[in-house]
Write a protein that binds this ligand. Structure first.
Ligand code: SF4
Length: 221
């Protein structure tokens, strides 16, 4: 359950600064865990990562990226073949459909290159804000939004940084209070924090670096 506290503006800003500083200290090298060598590979890996671990995606893409080099390679592959190649990431039929839809548009409308704006990325089938934010932030270094995956959604609410009940609204909550130059690193760090410490079922609050700024009702003391 989310617990909200009332703070004076200065106090709220100080608390956010402390949280960001603690994240920096705890996760100084946080970065995207999806293996990729270019924006297209990152886009494909991010689509495959839905409902799948990054480790599994990295195993699958080791061979996939050898077989498919360009957007055209994905777009023109027989659907059943692509489905077989990505099967172990789960939801493979939908993912193959998204990959081929996105790559068809990339080939036809964007000269074979992954587009570099939020508006254009959102035109691609199967690409919503989370995927677009990953590609923009990691591949192009552009902070257009904040990646809100299941970890960022849960941890941000526990830390009283966001209160909304959809990823899109949580992203908007965060964009209002997190400085823009921290948007990319913030999501990498919070994803790591959610995986390692602020776990969904049993958060490891006793060893949590953010404990003194957390008053979540999920907190275990
Ligand atoms: S104290 Fe517990 S609930 Fe709060 S952020 Fe840390 S791990 Fe999560």
């Amino acid at each position: 359950m989310i617990r909200k506290k009332r703070f004076a503006t200065d106090e709220r800003q100080n608390r956010i600064s402390r949280i960001l500083s603690s994240l920096d200290s705890a996760y100084p090298k946080a970065q995207c865990a999806l293996r990729h060598g270019n924006p297209l590979e990152l886009l494909i890996a991010t689509i495959l990562s839905a409902q799948c671990t990054d480790e599994r995606v990295n195993v699958v893409t080791r061979d996939l990226f050898q077989k498919y080099r360009t957007a055209g390679d994905y777009a023109n592959a027989p659907r059943e073949k692509l489905e077989t190649d990505i099967r172990s990431t789960g939801f493979y039929r939908n993912k193959a459909k998204s990959i081929q839809g996105a790559c068809t548009l990339i080939s036809g409308n964007f000269g074979g290159s992954v587009p570099t704006t939020m508006e254009e990325l959102l035109e691609l089938p199967g690409v919503a804000r989370k995927t677009a934010n990953v590609v923009l932030g990691v591949a192009f270094g552009k902070a257009e939004g904040i990646v809100v995956d299941t970890h960022v959604f849960r941890v941000s609410r526990r830390l009283d940084l966001a209160h909304s009940d959809t990823p899109e609204k949580v992203e908007a909550d965060l964009m209002r209070i997190i400085p823009r130059d921290r948007w990319i690193s913030f999501s990498h760090q919070v994803i790591l924090h959610g995986r390692s410490t602020c776990k969904a079922r049993k958060p490891l609050c006793l060893t949590c670096p953010l404990e003194r700024d957390c008053y979540s009702t999920d907190k275990i003391s």
